[in-house]
Each structure stands twice: as C-alpha cells, then as structure tokens.
Design a protein. Structure first.
Length: 335
C-alpha cells in the first residue's frame, strides 16, 4: 500500500505549550511509521511579527530539539528548518501571483492578529500562502494540525485547486486537514474562553509550557479558573469551560474515554483534586520529554547535523516541484 504523505509545521516563537503538543506534535509522532513525514520548524513564519534575531536563532534550535524529544524520529520523518530550503520562499512568490488578495484578507487569524498590532507587516497577510507552499511542494495528502489552523489548510486546498485549474493540470495534491478528536483546542488555564497560545504564555498561569518545571506546572493548574460549582463532568456549557478544559487535557494525555475520565474523579472532594490529578499526569508525561530535550541541547553539533540532513532530504523533494511550477508558469529555466 502506498503511504500517505504528511506535512506539518510549527513556529519557533518560544513558549511551546501543551496545546501545541496535544493538538499537533504528539499526533505527528504517533503515526510516523504509517506515513511519509515532513515536519518543519517554520522560522520564516516567525518573521511575520518582529523578532529578536538572537532569540529567534535560539528558539529555532530549541524547538527542533523539543520535536525530537517528543518522539519525532529522524529515521522515520524528515525534520528540517524552513529557511534551509529555499524552495519555500521562492515558491511562495509564485503562489502569491495566483492568490487573490481577498482570500487572505478573510483569514480570521490575520484579522485577529492585525487588530492587535499598530503596524501590520505584509508578511503577516501573506503567511497562509507561505504555509500553503510548505504543504503543496511536498505533495502532502494530510496536514495534522490543531483547530486554529484548519482555515489555513482549507486555503491551501483552494490555492492548489486554483493552480491546477489555471494551468489545466493535476499538479498539486489537494491536502486534507487532520484535526484530533481530543485536544484540538486546548484553552488558557487562566481564561478558558481563549485558546492557549504562545503569545500569551509569558503571563504566569496561562499556559503549561513543555519545558516548565514541575513546580511551575503545579502552580498553573492550582490557579486554573473553574466555576463556583463542584461537578466534575464534560460539558459544553460556557460556565463549565474551565472544568471541561481540565478534563480534556486529562483525557488527551491518558487516552481514556469520557466515562473513564469522569470515573477517575468520581470520588474527588472538589476541583482541588481534579487540578492535582491533571497536574500529575501532565508532569509525568513531560518529565521524559524534558530529560531528552536537555540531552539534545547538550550536543547542538549533532542537532545541527540532523537538521542539515533533513534539509537536504526536503530540498530534493520541493525544489524540483517549484522548478516545474516555474516552467508551467512561463518562466525560462536557466540554460
Ligand atoms: P503554530 O506554531 O501556531 O502551532 C503549532 C501547532 O499547534 C497547534 N495549536 C494548538 N492545538 C491545540 N490547542 C491549542 N491551544 C493550540 N495552539 C496551537 C496548531 O494548530 C498547530 O498545529 N501556521 C502554523 C505553522 C505552519 C504549518 C505549515 C502547519 C506553517 N506551515 C504547514 C501545517 C502545515 C502555525 O503557526 O502553527
């Protein structure tokens, strides 16, 4: 049987958190053996908001180490840094020239992010086109992401179909978003009405960062916003969003079904027990990841070697695809 091709990416903007892990990374790792995989640290995407250069350099390597520590296996998956593969930026220009501006102006993430900034960079508007290229240049069938990226994957589908129609060819594979049933939208612990996000994660108590110490994780869970009741059950009542979020985290980490999760807390004396129970499973899940991360960061030469190998593999797939596109679009290939 032909293996499906998977592509996914993550931005090295620091503060990588439990939402990123449960919504994305863990699912990438779990299905590696069944697929042909490309996992990318999308540093060019991070430049769509201002960055400190030294910090971005550190975060890029650090995130690659986190992905490996979370179980991405370089034998089973190509792991690389986006800017190491020139086809991404080059091909993005080509896709820009077939993507209507209105498609980008409609993106909810652009509308949210741009509303919060005084000066909006062109790259922020163009971000989903760069992302579409990431996916399309590898002929990816599947894109495992959290809920918040679904609209961007749908845009990648639209761009693929438009290119295929314009050039009358079956050139791009039209990719599918793969959204997990549990954990696709982990909410902030301090405010269960907003999703857990890297940009809010500097605020103590908002997120569980994958590299947080156990004490810090315990602190954040103990402070988690709940409600004035005592009932520990899954619910879509906005009042109970905090409890629902804690149960969802517990469920995503343990893999238990709803009934088994609720049964685990049937004897709880109150939300304090729920918070402790969730904190414990999260701490135990993150402990080995953190140990592996430390070991990987102790040998950055080996990490760089792995990333150089990944970039070479990625280039071999994406550059010919972009070269072919150039030809289809009427550009003269160098003699
Ligand atoms: P990024 O870096 O914001 O997030 C990485 C992944 O984590 C998921 N995620 C969440 N899942 C559950 N709950 C949350 N609170 C939560 N927050 C984030 C995201 O959905 C994502 O899957 N544009 C992308 C990166 C990207 C990409 C790509 C993804 C660039 N090119 C190509 C797929 C394919 C982004 O900024 O993700």
């Amino acid at each position: 049987m032909n293996k499906k091709t998977v592509f996914s990416g993550i931005q090295p903007t620091g503060n990588i958190h439990l939402g990123n892990y449960l919504g994305a990374i863990r699912n990438w790792a779990a299905r590696q053996a069944e697929k042909v995989n490309y996992f990318c640290v999308v540093d060019l995407h991070s430049l769509t908001v201002p960055q400190d250069p030294a910090q971005l350099r550190f975060e890029t390597r650090s995130l690659a180490a986190v992905l490996l520590a979370c179980g991405i296996d370089p034998q089973a998956s190509t792991i690389f840094i986006q800017s190491h593969v020139a086809a991404h930026a080059e091909g993005c220009w080509l896709l820009n020239c077939i993507t209507p501006l209105g498609w980008l102006q409609r993106m909810t993430q652009f509308k949210d992010k741009s509303a919060r900034q005084e000066s909006v960079l062109t790259g922020l508007l163009d971000y989903p086109v760069l992302m579409a290229g990431d996916i399309l240049f590898y002929d990816a069938d599947e894109v495992p992401v959290g809920e918040d990226q679904k609209q961007h994957v749908e845009l990648a589908r639209d761009i693929a179909q438009r290119f295929n129609a314009l050039y009358n060819a079956d050139f791009f594979v039209v990719p599918q978003p793969i959204i997990p049933k549990v954990g696709a939208r982990i909410m902030g612990l301090d405010d269960p009405a907003v999703k857990m996000s890297k940009s809010l994660a500097d605020k103590r108590g908002h997120a569980i960062r994958l590299l947080d110490e156990p004490d810090e994780i315990m602190y954040a869970f103990k402070r988690a916003v709940t409600d004035s009741g005592r009932e520990i059950r899954f619910s879509d009542d906005p009042e109970k969003a905090g409890v629902n979020n804690l149960l969802t985290i517990y469920q995503a980490v343990t893999g238990k079904d709803n009934a088994a999760v609720e049964a685990d807390f049937a004897g709880a004396r109150g939300y304090g027990d729920l918070k402790m129970g969730v904190a414990e499973v999260v701490i135990e899940t993150l402990r080995p990841i953190q140990a592996r991360y430390k070991a990987l960061m102790d040998d950055t030469a080996e990490l760089d070697r792995l990333l150089a190998y990944g970039a070479e593999q990625a280039r071999a797939v994406s550059q010919p695809k972009v070269d072919e596109m150039k030809g289809m679009m009427g550009l003269v290939m160098p003699g």
